[in-house]
Design a binder for this molecule. Structure first.
Ligand code: ADP
Ligand code: MG
Length: 392
């Protein structure tokens, strides 16, 4: 049993005095490439990481729903009917429950909105996904909860539909205007593969990565600079993308191609244009990455990762000095490619490296952080892993 599974079971027993009826889990994710393209109906290429959030769940005899987490001081307890009064959270306000509880309770609410009355449950949550690191502990808690409720409430939804439930919880119950990428990656991940997702059609294809056979590894560098989605820059970037699409007369930036960029530059102000250019070129980089992975394997995608980082740093302006330092130091120490991953303004970077270079690259990043006076980053390798499932 993993540490998080043990912790969730123990918390459940503390809470209820009995053992859970079942245990479900869902992973965090890293994004190989395709950043801020999801809410523009574009392309993304994330993969599920081995770190998981676990929900130990038992059926109650009444119609209350109680959630507890090892991260939180106290459980939150509401009736199923109350969920419909608590949510949706009015735009621009904080959830009417402690924020962390809006994730699992939001999932229960979203499932009820889609037509399932539900039954009372106790839910105990534990996780080894780093929180606020851009590795989507949020999708992991949504995915674990959604998988558990789908089984215990006999909702019969598939992974895609549960990803939409998780996104609805995050958008409308938590109030974070994020796209569908994280939830799809957490629900549909598979070992040694990335998920090529078309965020318009929601069609997915697994793209094999062949990490182990080719002697490659993916190093995560968590800068420990916390980001927050529900505030500030993320919403501003979304607004800029919507403005850009409107000026171009299209439904979303998915409909703008690299060839359209000169016209876009004539039509819009300089900042909006740079936001648009990031999204348009990033979509193309995702398509190119998938093509190269299939034709030549992961060793060939380094330059695309580097170009993606430069575009986020210079055009979309969502990087921070710690992320730039991580990327630059990893590349200087021989990484094949490196980029920040996740929404930005902090969080983590990934570096694609030769397994044999793991120590050289991590030492170089640690030294660069020390030299710059940044707090010590947390580094670990991640193997692309399975998506949400019932554990026991
Ligand atoms: P990220 O998804 O990058 O980790 P987010 O800000 O999107 O960052 O989500 C982090 C938030 O999700 C936390 O602040 C907390 O509210 C909630 N959360 C994540 N994991 C857990 C957990 N195991 N228990 C309780 N809340 C959690
Ligand atoms: Mg998140």
């Amino acid at each position: 049993m993993t540490i998080a599974q043990d912790a969730a079971r123990a918390l459940f027993t503390d809470l209820t005095g009995r053992t859970p009826d079942g245990v479900w889990s869902a992973p965090g994710r890293a994004n190989l490439i395709g950043e801020h393209t999801d809410y523009n109906d574009g392309f993304v290429l994330p993969f599920a990481i081995p770190h998981r959030t676990v929900a130990a769940v038992g059926v109650r005899g009444d119609s209350r729903i109680r959630v507890a987490s090892t991260f939180a001081d106290a459980p939150v307890d509401v009736s199923l009917d109350e969920l419909d009064e608590l949510f949706p959270t009015p735009i621009g306000t904080a959830p009417r429950v402690p924020e962390w509880a809006a994730y699992p309770l939001g999932v229960a609410w979203a499932l009820r909105q889609s037509g399932t009355a539900g039954i009372g449950l106790d839910i105990a949550i534990a996780s080894d996904v780093p929180v606020g690191a851009g590795l989507s502990s949020s999708a992991a808690i949504e995915g674990a909860t959604a998988s558990a409720l789908n089984d215990l409430w006999e909702t019969g939804l598939d992974g895609r539909a549960l990803a939409r439930i998780g996104r609805r919880a995050e958008n409308e119950a938590v109030g974070a205007p994020t796209g569908i990428m994280d939830q799809m990656a957490s629900m549909l991940g598979a070992p040694d593969a990335a998920i090529f997702l078309d965020c318009r059609s929601l069609e997915t294809e697994l793209v094999p990565l062949g990490m182990a056979e080719t002697g490659l590894a993916i190093l995560v560098i968590d800068t420990r600079v916390k980001h927050a989605h529900s505030t500030g820059g993320y919403g501003e970037r979304r607004a800029a993308c919507e403005r850009g699409a409107q000026i171009m007369g299209v439904e979303s930036l998915r409909d703008v191609t690299v060839d359209d960029l000169p016209r876009a530059q004539e039509l819009m102000d300089e900042v909006t244009f740079r936001r648009v250019r990031h999204v348009v070129t990033e979509n193309q980089r995702v398509l190119d990455t998938v093509g190269l992975l299939r034709a030549q394997g992961a060793r060939a995608i380094g330059d695309l990762l580097v170009a993606s980082h430069a575009s986020m740093r210079d055009d979309f302006e969502i990087s921070v000095p710690e992320l730039d330092t991580a990327v630059d130091a990893a590349l200087a120490a021989g990484a094949i490619g490196a980029r920040m991953t996740g929404g930005g303004f902090g969080g983590a970077a990934i570096a694609l490296i030769e397994q044999a270079a793991l120590e050289t690259v991590s030492d170089a990043v640690a030294a660069a952080f020390a030299e710059a006076g940044f707090i010590t980053p947390v580094m670990f390798t991640v193997t692309p892993s399975a998506g949400a499932h019932r554990d026991s």
